[in-house]
Design a protein around this ligand. Structure first.
Ligand code: NAD
Ligand code: ZN
Length: 353
């Protein structure tokens, strides 16, 4: 089945206020709400006061990527079952990308699928995970290996949630927004890069344009056969960097956005070598990321470890690694094969800020 991505995405607090009426019209037999222990503290009280929904069965999971596992799902399936969920129940996911990805998967698989609603509460989940219908969990150290593409009944994006989000989480989501500019819209990139600092109120204005960019891409290529690959800009190296730091707990922990920020700078360098990106543009990209993201020290041993992971990337063919690169800012090129010799220079380009 080809996903149509015609899911209803609404913006603003008004949508939250209307939500109760919409749910009542559906006449669900019971309503479950999934939070993690942070959104339970920071978001659940406001959710209840804004919606007036009190007849809710609240499910709580531990916060963090390390809990995006089958074990958490099993626990939630058991709770749904024990607390009387049936095929006509619905699940509301209130949280970041971990809660919406995992909650979506739990809902799609419980009794062969119950309705679910996503209320993303992090910037990253608002501008990225909320669009495209990917649900899923990790398998050991491998991210998002198990999952289903299934759209929620509705996505409600309310920037008010960002008021309690830690600064480093805001910065993580902002990396995906900068990516949206780099892969599709130079003007948008320029607007974002000239922001004096990252504040929830300012960033809120850019959620809609970012969602529109991702939505357009997913609509044209829901199954990631061609165009959707552009969303992976910065992610080939970025994922290897993220995995490397995840599996080396003695090192500083990098959030997804922080890792792909490094990936985008390095891949900008590769764009100069393997596409037509100008040196000036690559320097502009490097300078912009340096302005928002603290530098990360990547020594020779780390580089080797990261490249080792990259070699195992499933998208590789015959010793060459497949990349999405930039021809110019706003203009991507997919399926560029990059010779591995260039990676050392790309690390140097990142390191010499
Ligand atoms: N489905 C997709 O297309 C897609 C796209 C991008 C990312 N993802 C997935 O999203 C996940 C990352 O999402 P994330 O960055 O939102 O991580 P996350 O869900 O772990 O949230 C980050 C942290 O912020 C806390 N938090 C959430 N909302 C808060 C709020 N309003 N106030 C205070 N704290 C709050 C969370 O408890 C958590 O500790 C990854 O698992 C990734 O694979 C999915
Ligand atoms: Zn990403």
């Amino acid at each position: 089945m080809v996903m149509q991505n015609n899911v209803n995405i609404t913006f603003g607090t008004e949508a939250l206020l209307r939500f109760t009426k919409e749910l009542q019209a559906k006449d669900y037999s019971s309503l479950f709400l999934l939070v993690d222990n942070h959104t339970q503290e920071f978001c659940l009280p406001r959710f209840v006061s804004q919606t007036g929904l009190t007849q809710l069965e609240v499910l709580v999971m531990e916060a963090g990527e390390e809990h995006k596992t089958l074990q958490t799902c099993e626990n939630l399936w058991n709770q749904l079952s024990e607390r009387g969920a049936d095929r006509n129940s619905a699940l509301i996911n209130l949280g970041g990308g971990v809660v919406t990805d995992l909650g979506g998967f739990v809902a799609c698989t419980f009794k062969r699928g119950i309705d679910f609603y996503n209320l993303p509460t992090t910037l990253l989940a608002m501008v990225d995970a909320s669009v495209g219908g990917k649900t899923g969990i990790d398998l050991g150290a491998l991210k998002n290996q198990i999952g289903i593409i299934e759209e929620p009944k509705q996505v409600l994006i309310d920037a008010q949630w960002l008021q309690t989000l830690p600064q480093k989480e805001l910065r993580s989501g902002f990396a995906e927004m900068l990516k949206h500019g780099l892969i599709s819209n130079k003007d948008y990139w320029e607007q974002l890069k000239s922001l004096p600092k990252l504040e929830a109120d300012t960033l809120a204005e850019f959620i809609k344009p970012s969602v529109a960019i991702k939505k357009q891409v997913v609509l044209e290529d829901p199954r990631e056969k061609h165009l959707r690959k552009i969303l992976n800009f910065g992610h080939t190296l970025g994922h290897a960097i993220e995995s490397y730091y995840l599996t080396h707990p003695e090192k500083k922990r990098l959030l997804h956005g922080e890792a792909i920020a490094i990936g985008m700078v390095m891949e900008a360098y590769l764009g100069v070598s393997c596409c037509s990106l100008s040196n000036v543009a690559a320097e502009e990209i490097k300078k912009t990321f340096a302005q928002f993201y603290p530098p990360v020290e990547i020594d020779a041993q780390d580089r080797e470890g990261i490249l080792e992971l990259l070699r195992h990337d499933k998208k590789n063919k015959a010793g060459r690694v497949n990349f999405v690169l930039l021809k110019s800012i706003g203009v991507p090129e997919i399926d560029v094969k990059v010779p591995q010799e260039l990676f050392t220079q790309a690390f140097e380009f990142y390191g010499n800020s």
